[in-house]
Structure formats: structure tokens, C-alpha cells
Design a binder for this molecule. Structure first.
Ligand code: NAP
Length: 344
């Protein structure tokens, strides 16, 4: 029997990707769609300005969008994928968990809370058991798991692959696509023929979320990894796909060949949305590129290339699709992990 799921913020950019990934899905069946009060009561086709590169699934198009309120979501829905603006998520997500729903959320609120697992399944699936601590502390019948920021998800799997060499210092510079800011986030007059060397709050997310993802969980408490991470974030005029330049200093000697091999063999999982190859490593120094490589593994792989020695340690570039691996796909993968681990 498929698990009945809902999408909070279903009409937005990430919400539309969620619907694209969930209809059809082998384990999940869409049973609820929510958005703002302005969309409530409309059919999904009326409420959503559909901009995804496949048609609205017929069964979803005719569903009625409700307000984002636990009273409006059927009780037999077990799992909610949240793609709400973080200020809205902060206000409403805990109420859904209290009402018994399990929430797999994209929104940034609560990502660094000590009792909220921040999970990339291939990197730190064991952190999911923090949900036991969360339920004890918050008294929730439901639960909350978060996926990281899209630019954090892009480089952390490559760091996880190198962890055995002892991560000491990392600097990452991002070249982020405009879709990461949402459809109305950056105007064409701002971004065409331009690059914007600041994305509010983004650097802090890369610097802190990476330490939590690479941290360790002893069954009761989560300790942050003590790697030092510095980030600088840039918006560039690509549509999808965040490209990042990474410099890593490790305790052990690490050659470019060893780094490439460690990334190549870093395992994927066997969940329905897992890519066959988690990290695709290119020999060609001109790859990965957003337009050519963002859809590797149906948008769920990370690509790496340009691996070489530098004055600042190992240097390489990596890329991931920001609304697939970086947002909707990340939430769905966390939902699949919740199901596999008996949380649904
Ligand atoms: N875009 C990315 O690449 C990306 C990547 C990672 C994480 N995220 C995060 O994912 C979340 C969604 O991003 P997005 O780009 O999809 O945003 P978006 O396109 O602006 O969509 C926002 C959604 O939330 C709903 N909403 C807005 N205000 C609401 C309210 N007061 N109450 C209930 N629902 C409300 C909107 O409904 P209406 O249509 O009715 O207004 C819409 O469904 C954000 O937290 C963002 O930071 C985005």
C-alpha cells in the first residue's frame, strides 16, 4: 500500500518539482496539497503557475489546494513534504509535527536545532535516529527531518568521500543558479550580463550545515565536525545547477588521483530516488558544467572535476541540480529513508 503524502507549499518552484517527483512514485501517493490562503479553495491547475518541464499530472491538476493548516490535511496522510518559505515553515511546521504528521522539509528554519536531524541519506543516514530524542524532548507524535541548503548539498558529499583523509580546512566558492532564489527572486535586469557576489544568509548555511552533516551522533547527542569551513557565494545567470570551487586541506597526504578514486567509489544507496552513481568524476577539466551535467542521475548525482593540487591543498569543482538533488529530490530521498527506517 502506498503511503499517503502531502505537499506544503505545493504551488511554488520546489513544490512543483516535488509533484513532478511524486507522481508517480513507487511508495508514495499524493493526497494533500497546501499553499497560502490566496490559493486555498482553487484547483491545483488554477492555483499553480506551472513552470516545470513536464505536464501537470492529471490527477493532481484537479485536486483542491487547501490552506496550510493541520486541520485541513486529512488524518490518513502520514508524510508531508514541506517547501514553504522559511518564515512560514517556522510558524507552521511544528504544529503539523504536534498533530502527528512526519514532515520532510526543505525550509531552512530549525536546520541547526540540536534535536532536528539534517540529513543527506548517503552521508549521514544514522542521524535520523535523532528523531527518538526529538520525540522525547518535544512530545510530538509526528517528527521533523530537514534537508540542507541546495549549495550545501552540492559539496558535502564530496567532502564525505574524503573524510578518511582527515578534513581540516575547506573553502568553497559558489556559482549559483537563479532558480535557487525562487521564480521571483532575482530580476532579469539584475542578473543578465552580471554576477552578484552576495546571497543573503547563504554563506553561514554552508559553513554551519556542513559541520552538522559531517558530525557524529552517539545515540543521544550530535557533535559537530570540527572541520573549518569558509564560504563565498555568488549568483550567476544560469537557470539550474549550482557549480562550486572547493579547496580542501587534509591531515593525511591526499593526491588528486586518490581523491578522484575516493569520490568514484563513495556509495549511493538503494532507495527509489538514489542515482546509480552518487559522485560522477570527470577527467576533462572543463567539466562539470551546469548546462551539460546538472541532469546526471536524473538530477540526483553530484558531479566533480578539475581535481588538482594547489597552494591551498586539494582543489576541485563540483556541481548539483539545485531544485532536484538540492531541494525536492533531497526531501523525497529523506522521505524514502524515513519509510525504510520504519518512521512511517
Ligand atoms: N528554489 C530552490 O532551489 C530551493 C532550494 C533549496 C531550498 N529551497 C527552500 O524551499 C522553500 C520554497 O522555495 P521556493 O523557491 O519553492 O518558493 P516559492 O516558489 O516562493 O513557493 C512558496 C510556496 O509557499 C506558499 N506560501 C507562501 N506564503 C505562504 C503562507 N503564508 N502560508 C502558506 N503557504 C505559503 C506559496 O503558496 P502561494 O502560491 O499560494 O503563494 C508557495 O506554494 C524555501 O524555504 C526555500 O528557501 C529552495
Amino acid at each position: 500500500m502506498a503511503v499517503r503524502v502531502g505537499v506544503l507549499g505545493a504551488t511554488g518552484a520546489v513544490g512543483q518539482r516535488l509533484i513532478q517527483l511524486l507522481d508517480p512514485h513507487p511508495d508514495f501517493e499524493i493526497a494533500a496539497l497546501t499553499a497560502s490562503d490566496a490559493s486555498a479553495g482553487k484547483t491545483y491547475r488554477q492555483a499553480a503557475k506551472w513552470r516545470v518541464d513536464s505536464p501537470i499530472p492529471d490527477d493532481v491538476a484537479g485536486m483542491t489546494v487547501t490552506a496550510t493548516d493541520p486541520d485541513d490535511v486529512p488524518n490518513d496522510v502520514d508524510l508531508l513534504f514541506s517547501s514553504l518559505p522559511s518564515s512560514v515553515g517556522e510558524a507552521v511546521e511544528p504544529g503539523f509535527c504536534d498533530a502527528g504528521y512526519v514532515v520532510s522539509s526543505n525550509s531552512s528554519n530549525g536546520r541547526m536545532d540540536e534535536d532536528i536531524p539534517l540529513v543527506i541519506p548517503e552521508v549521514n543516514a544514522d542521524h535520523l535516529d535523532l528523531l527518538e530524542v526529538q520525540r522525547d524532548e518535544r512530545g510530538w507524535d509526528g517528527a521533523m527531518v530537514k534537508n540542507p541548503n541546495c549549495s550545501t548539498i552540492t559539496f558535502v558529499p564530496t567532502l564525505a568521500a574524503l573524510e578518511e583523509y582527515g578534513l581540516e580546512k575547506v573553502h568553497v566558492a559558489t556559482l549559483q543558479a537563479v532558480s535557487g532564489a525562487g521564480y521571483d527572486g532575482v530580476t532579469s535586469m539584475e542578473i543578465i550580463d552580471n554576477a552578484i557576489p552576495h546571497i543573503g544568509g547563504e554563506e553561514d548555511k554552508l559553513e554551519t550545515e556542513s559541520k552538522k552533516l559531517l558530525g557524529s551522533f552517539d545515540g543521544a547527542e550530535l557533535s559537530l565536525n570540527d572541520v573549518e569551513v569558509g564560504a563565498s557565494c555568488n549568483r550567476i545567470p544560469t537557470i539550474d545547477g549550482h557549480l562550486e570551487n572547493v579547496f580542501v586541506e587534509t591531515a593525511e597526504d591526499l593526491t588528486p588521483d586518490e581523491a578522484a578514486e575516493a569520490m568514484r567509489v563513495y556509495p549511493s544507496l538503494d532507495l527509489p530516488s538514489s542515482p546509480d552513481q552518487l559522485i560522477e568524476v570527470f577527467e576533462d577539466p572543463e567539466r562539470p558544467q551546469p548546462r551539460l551535467d546538472r541532469t546526471l542521475g536524473d538530477g540526483m548525482s553530484v558531479a566533480a572535476g578539475g581535481i588538482r593540487e594547489s597552494t591551498f591543498g586539494l582543489q576541485y569543482n563540483c556541481l548539483a541540480h539545485n531544485t532536484m538533488r538540492g531541494a525536492a529530490g533531497a526531501s523525497v530521498l529523506n522521505g524514502e529513508l524515513l519509510l525504510e527506517n520504519g518512521y512511517l
